[in-house]
Write a protein that binds this ligand. Structure first.
Ligand SMILES: NC(=O)c1ccc[n+]([C@@H]2O[C@H](COP(=O)([O-])OP(=O)(O)OC[C@H]3O[C@@H](n4cnc5c(N)ncnc54)[C@H](OP(=O)(O)O)[C@@H]3O)[C@@H](O)[C@H]2O)c1
Length: 211
């Protein structure tokens, strides 16, 4: 099937694109890199992306920013970054992309572990991650033509922890996180938050948190 991976050149998206490319025709979209480029904070860019990519069977989004800062330092603009980019960027991909997804196709969005495992500094992420999960559960009831939608909630990637100067051994290699996305694209279920990695037990199995 034809899969558009928005954010497909990043840490997680790159591993997802790689995992899917064994069995599918993958188009990797980045902001400035990849097979095609688009900015998901700009609705016109999203429209152009889908017009150019043509009908697709699956859309995966592993792009979107939010702000990580102590609560006392978070400004309204910091919250708006997450709202405009990680939340509304992904919501607009679904709204504007739906007519370009084939019957029985799918959307897979990205939330994150901080929706249900918050930490100091995570309010900007926790807020949008929880909103993405709520959107997915509700949108699954209404998407037409058998189109499915799930969110994947990744654990920390080891590379990302290293980048932030934290202990990488607490994270997982992105290839392991990719399994949750593959399950969403290739499986039959909809309206789920797929917990990719958090209850990792040494196997490739991902646990599924049904609402
Ligand atoms: N990494 C982790 O440990 C972790 C854990 C939990 C959740 N997450 C979530 O997973 C998602 C991906 O994280 P990541 O660490 O893989 O990010 P990343 O390495 O920074 O990669 C981001 C990807 O998105 C693209 N991108 C950035 N801004 C964009 C925009 N406005 N429109 C379209 N594409 C854009 C980038 O393209 P360019 O390369 O061209 O800029 C790149 O392909 C994020 O939502 C993040 O919150 C990550």
């Amino acid at each position: 099937v034809k899969v558009l991976v928005i954010g497909g050149t990043g840490t997680i998206g790159g591993a997802v694109a790689q995992a899917l490319s064994h069995r599918h025709d993958v188009i990797a979209c980045g902001l400035t890199s990849g097979d095609v480029q688009a900015d998901i904070t700009e609705p016109d860019n999203i429209r152009d992306l889908f017009s150019g990519a043509g009908p697709v069977d699956a859309v995966v989004v592993t792009a979107g920013e939010a702000t990580f800062k102590p609560l006392a330092e978070m400004t309204e603009e910091d919250y708006e970054t997450g709202f405009r980019s990680k939340l509304m960027g992904q919501v607009n991909v679904v709204r504007l992309g739906e007519p370009h997804v084939r019957d029985n196709g799918s959307f897979t969005l990205t939330s994150g572990i901080t929706s249900h495992e918050p930490m100091a500094g995570s309010t900007g992420f926790s807020m949008v991650n929880a909103a993405i999960e709520g959107f997915v559960r509700a949108a699954a009831l209404e998407l037409p033509r058998g189109i499915r939608i799930n969110a994947v909630s990744p654990q920390w990637a080891s590379q990302t922890l290293e980048l932030y100067g934290m202990d990488p051994s607490m994270g997982l290699p992105p290839e392991r996180l990719a399994a949750g996305y593959v399950e969403s694209v290739e499986g039959k279920r909809t309206g789920l938050v797929i917990d990719a990695g958090w209850r990792y037990d040494g196997s490739d199995i991902v646990s599924v948190d049904a609402p």
